[in-house]
Ligand binder design. Structure first.
Ligand code: WT7
Length: 670
């Protein structure tokens, strides 16, 4: 193996007391560690203070941060203040506190200021082939400013929440950037979420305004987003919360203005107001630690968590991870298939790329419409060089005929990316060999809504890849694998993935619930941030993510809490209890007969309360559920029954009623 791999191996052997050692230092010190086992030879403060690279907490991130515009700098003090150890008090993470900046200014005005105003910022490809549009950085800034001025005019101020419920139109990143420009806190809700999910989020963050559109086409279907917004806003009024303004974009290709239902006094057409406002708008300078956005994500209880990200650290982190993990060059054309309703669309459709002055493609439609070759046609049409997607999409397209891929040349492609769940080696190889013609490295980026940006990711030009491994940590990130007692384990091992020490893109709290933040992420393994993922590390130091270890599941790359699906099922009047994998075991009220209709109406309950993407594929009737004597559902046994691994049920003698297992098996294909 290369010299680099030897360094990584020696890092894995760091004694657990070596908390102060950063990744960068450890790499620099690798050789001496390998020879002297437990000696840590630190650079002197005199050396560090003048070094090109020093530890992430000190020189490293502040050097990088200087590439951005700060209205007021962070002075000479430390750039980070952090406590990740619940035993030492409240968990707190602050980067560049006291400095002021604006992320919209850095993403647009700064790029224009360096001479790229006429560069294309956004290419937009509509659902129907041939329907497209584009905006230069100058034009994008003008649109952002007009909307920002309108929002200010209706009273949206720094710190106010704005809910955005839009599909992948150019107006979605425009709306995010407009909020950021005036210091408002955006909360984008994925346009696949149901009215109830939207209402739940509005009730939590209480926005002054919601921004939506009348309808959108996804493949052959038309989705009436304004009707869903209306239903959500009505639900909110019934719960005592009224949102003053519903700013609605007329998406003409899906639905005409005239056909849209309208609430006078509350609803405003985007196109009626924004053109009237000036195309320049003064920037609201905010503290590096002022809130940038809230994004709700599923946890292991029913209530979604409002993940809060702040401005300065997030800006520096998303821009830098984007640049290095995709080997970004100014001539690149970048396409990320994620929706802005998820963190990937925040960090790597909007902020990271624009902060680098990149040309970004936004696609409104579905990847298999009009046929399974659409993605590769788009790659050729725009000469896409960097293509970032999810394993679920790779797997669905790899089931189709290879001609769908090979009818496009794809010769512009340079780097491929994957995110959302572990990419199985066979999907990796198809992506690499067929889509990338064995030329393009794959950046398998492991990260989370909470981490803001990439944590474990290939640097595509720097080290060899292994299909299915996210490889090594990004600069300054210190992943550790711990056992169930929270002891760090070194070398080749497998356990729970935690992170030691903060990074600039880390989330700072859960909105309105700092206690839940500490309980969920910092109490399970005191001293560390707990990711909720299992991970193993091989003999070469490569990381292999093995999936969630909590009650969170991944449905088509979307994170969803089992508890949310369960609560949607049990809200059905004929359902007594439910336990959800991707596969739902459902217990009915005594005496209710099993039927196909009932199955369908249960699935409908999940679709309407969460969204179609969360609907279970399978409902398995369960006269009873396997529970311990203390009432805990033994999911391990359910998983085995669902996957028909009946000879691997393990010990069932601890169940309160072992006979339920036979009953469940008997009902397998009923
Ligand atoms: C969870 C986070 C981060 C953007 C998309 C999902 C899983 C994510 C990978 C990867 C293996 C991955 C983890 C993580 N995950 N990327 N490259 N390899 N697993 O964001 O909804 O916050 O979900 O997605 O389980 O914890 P999210």
């Amino acid at each position: 193996t290369s010299g680099h791999l030897r360094h990584v191996e020696s890092m894995a052997q760091l004694p657990s007391g070596a908390g102060r050692i950063s990744h960068l230092n450890a790499v620099v010190l690798g050789e001496s560690l390998a020879s002297e086992e437990h000696d840590l030879v630190f650079p002197s403060p005199e050396f560090s203070s003048q070094a090109l690279l020093s530890s992430p907490e000190h020189g490293f991130w502040s050097e990088i941060a200087k590439e951005f515009y700060w209205k007021k700098g962070w002075g000479d003090g430390p750039i980070v203040e952090q406590n990740l150890d619940v035993r030492k008090g409240t968990v707190k993470i602050e980067w560049f506190k006291g400095a002021t900046t604006n992320i919209c200014y850095n993403a647009l005005d700064r790029i224009i200021g360096r001479g790229d105003g006429n560069k294309i910022a956004l290419y937009w490809e509509g659902n129907e082939p041939g329907h497209d549009a584009k905006l230069t950085y100058n034009e994008l800034l003008e649109k952002v400013c007009q909307l920002a001025n309108y929002l200010k005019d209706i009273g949206v101020k720094k710190g106010d929440a704005v809910v955005i419920y839009l599909p992948m139109l150019m107006e979605l990143p425009i709306a995010m950037l407009a909020c950021a420009r005036i210091g408002a806190v955006h909360s984008v809700v994925f346009a696949g979420f149901s009215a109830e999910s939207l209402a739940q989020r509005i009730l939590d963050c209480r926005p002054k305004v919601i921004i939506t559109c009348n309808a959108v086409r996804r493949g052959p279907k038309v989705i009436h987003l304004k009707d869903i917004s209306d239903a959500a806003l009505l639900e909110c009024v019934n719960n005592g919360v009224s949102v003053g303004v519903c700013l609605t974009y007329e998406n003409q290709s899906a639905m005409k203005k005239e056909a849209t239902k309208w609430v006078e006094g509350r609803d405003i057409w985007w196109q009626d107001v924004t053109p009237k406002y000036p195309t320049t708008c003064a920037v609201e300078w905010v503290d590096a630690e002022d809130s940038l956005f809230l994004l709700y994500t599923s946890g292991s209880t029913g209530k979604p968590k409002g993940v809060l990200h702040t401005t300065g650290g997030y800006m520096v982190y998303t821009a830098t991870t984007f640049k290095y993990a995709f080997d970004y060059k100014p001539s690149d054309i970048y396409w990320c298939t994620a929706d802005c309703g998820w963190i990937t669309g925040h960090s790597y459709v909007t902020y990271g790329p624009f902060l680098n002055g990149a040309s970004v493609l936004v696609f409104e439609g579905a990847p298999n419409y009009p046929d399974a070759g659409r993605c590769w046609d788009i790659v050729d049409k725009y000469k896409v060089t960097l293509f970032y997607t999810a394993p679920t999409l790779v797997r669905s397209l790899m089931r189709e005929k290879t001609e769908y891929v090979t009818r496009a040349s794809r010769k512009s492609l340079r780097v491929l990316g994957s995110v959302g769940e572990p990419i199985n080696p066979s999907a990796w190889r198809w992506f690499f060999n067929v889509v990338g013609d064995s030329r393009c490295p794959i950046s398998d980026t492991w990260w989370q809504t909470e981490t803001g940006g990439f944590m474990i990711t290939p640097l595509p030009g720097a080290w060899p890849q292994k299909p299915g491994s996210a490889t090594f940590p990004f600069f300054g990130v210190q992943p550790v694998i711990v056992d169930e007692k929270g002891n760090e384990i070194g070398g080749e091992c497998s356990g729970y993935l935690c992170i030691k020490s903060s990074w600039p893109g880390a989330f700072r709290t859960l909105y309105g619930d700092h206690e839940r933040y500490e309980t969920t992420y910092f109490k399970p393994f005191p001293g560390y941030y707990f990711t909720g993922d299992g991970c193993s590390r091989d003999g070469d130091g490569y990381h292999w993510l093995t999936g969630r270890v909590d009650d969170v599941i991944n449905v088509s790359g979307h994170r969803i809490g089992t508890a949310e699906v369960e609560s949607a099922l049990v809200s059905h009047p004929q359902c007594a209890e439910a336990a959800v994998g991707i596969y739902a075991f459902v217990t009915l009220i005594d005496g209710v007969p099993y039927s196909q209709e009932l199955r369908q109406s249960l699935v409908l309950a999940v679709r309407s309360q969460i969204g179609a993407f969360a609907a279970p594929d399978k409902i398995h009737w369960a006269p009873g559920l396997p529970k311990t004597r203390s009432g805990k559902i033994m999911r391990r046994i359910l998983r085995k029954i669902a996957s028909r691994q009946l000879d691997e049920l393990g010990d069932i003698s601890t169940l309160a009623d072992p006979s339920v297992v036979d009953q469940l098996i008997a009902l397998t294909d009923s």
